[in-house]
Design a protein around this ligand. Structure first.
Ligand SMILES: *Cc1c(COP(=O)(O)O)cnc(C)c1O
Length: 376
């Protein structure tokens, strides 16, 4: 990004990772320096320290850090034995990684539509998609709000199916007083820099309360080794490196505050947007509290709105412009007319600047600009 001229107003950051770094600089720098000093770049002491800390945070007895959120989902599916010609039920409206890992294993993603107001998987339509080939159900906590896991777990239990929660966006969210990633058979998250809890590269984690599954996933993470150079199952090179674990450890001390702050900013956005005609916000269910990975609204004439906002220095993003079953690589898994609510959302959703370090004054500028764009 080109440096802003001294006189131009500071552009509003979409997610202010630099302000976060400034606030945590002594802690992060010291944590990184410690790793450089001990030199255990792979599986150093910070890896286990982070796994313990994240277990304590989520309440899930077992945590396995991995190379990314995508790797977390892949390892979870591998541990459950998902393979060729199996089916995995998931949401048509998500980031591509959710479907990608299913297809990589030779299995078939079965796309279920969203609830139009929350943009999360419609639990009520899952059961109709279960067949003798179904091996797992994979809901996503889109934009930071958990899907209705109680309803999903009940359906899964009725059919003896495991549930993998894709909590890449919902890490830190609450669902009936419990944390995201500790709500089902396996919970997966990502520490991609812009996620609610990010590192400074790629990283992720898997959570479970099943000790045997945890052991299996630890082995898969390191090339399927049950002992040094003893490869008893197919695995991957899926470790999270020590430096990235050190960064997350440094950030964890501020995470609760950041979640509170995101919630306050979301409330302020909702209050301000209530008076803006043409905008609707993503509905929040009373069963929990979102981690507010994104502050997403729905607007008409989205391309024009994006341009008008960009012209006044307000960055936006679209999560996501196409539902998964309309993507060239996945379109043969479903009819184009399936999941119409996902298709409608993909045309209208717009994510506004959101991070714990977003300034209230900047938030007000965003809302004013959006109101202006919609009345123009
Ligand atoms: C970001 C994301 C992933 C993938 O995480 P990476 O760490 O980028 O691999 C998976 N699912 C969802 C819903 C995500 O938002």
């Amino acid at each position: 990004m080109a440096p802003a001229s001294e006189h131009a107003p500071r552009p509003i950051p979409f997610a202010d990772l630099q302000a976060q770094y400034r606030a945590l600089k002594p802690k992060i720098d010291a944590r990184i320096q410690r790793v450089l000093d001990h030199g255990q770049y792979i599986m150093g002491p910070e890896v286990e320290e982070l796994e313990r800390a994240l277990s304590a945070f989520t309440g899930a007895p077992h945590c396995i850090t991995v190379a990314s959120g995508t790797e977390a989902l892949l390892i979870a599916l591998m541990a459950l034995g998902v393979g060729r010609d199996d089916e995995v039920i998931t949401c048509a409206f998500s980031f591509a990684a959710t479907a990608e890992v299913i297809v990589l294993l030779g299995a078939r993603p079965v796309f279920v539509d969203i609830e139009p107001d929350t943009c999360n998987i419609d639990a009520g339509t899952i059961e109709a998609h279960i067949t003798p080939r179904t091996r797992a159900i994979m809901p996503v906590g889109l934009y930071g709000q958990c899907a209705d896991l109680d309803a999903i777990n009940t359906i899964a239990a009725r059919h003896g199916l495991p549930v993998i929660e894709d909590g890449a966006q919902s890490f830190g969210a609450l669902y009936r007083e419990r944390r995201s990633c500790n709500l089902s058979t396996i919970g997966c998250t990502s520490f991609f820099p812009s996620k609610p809890l990010g590192c400074y590269g790629d990283g992720g984690a898997i959570f479970t309360s099943d000790a045997a599954l945890a052991q299996t996933m630890r082995e898969i993470r390191v090339h399927g080794q049950s002992g040094r150079y003893r490869h008893t199952r197919l695995g991957v090179g899926g470790r999270m490196d020590t430096l990235q674990c050190a960064v997350v450890l440094a950030k964890l001390g501020r995470f609760e505050w950041e979640l509170q702050r995101r919630r306050e900013l979301a409330r302020r956005y909702h209050a301000a947007l209530a008076g803006v005609r043409g905008v609707s916000v993503v509905a929040q269910r009373p069963y929990g509290e979102s981690a507010w990975a994104q502050m997403t609204v729905r607007v008409p004439r989205r391309d024009e709105v994006i341009q008008t906002l960009a012209n006044v220095g307000v960055p936006t993003a679209v999560h996501y412009p196409k539902p998964l079953h309309h993507q060239p690589v996945y379109e043969h898994f479903a009819a184009a007319s399936d999941c119409p609510h996902s298709a409608a959302a993909a045309r209208e959703v717009l994510s506004l600047p959101m991070s714990a370090d977003l300034q209230e004054a900047d938030l007000d500028v965003v809302v004013d600009a959006l109101a202006g764009a919609l009345t123009a």
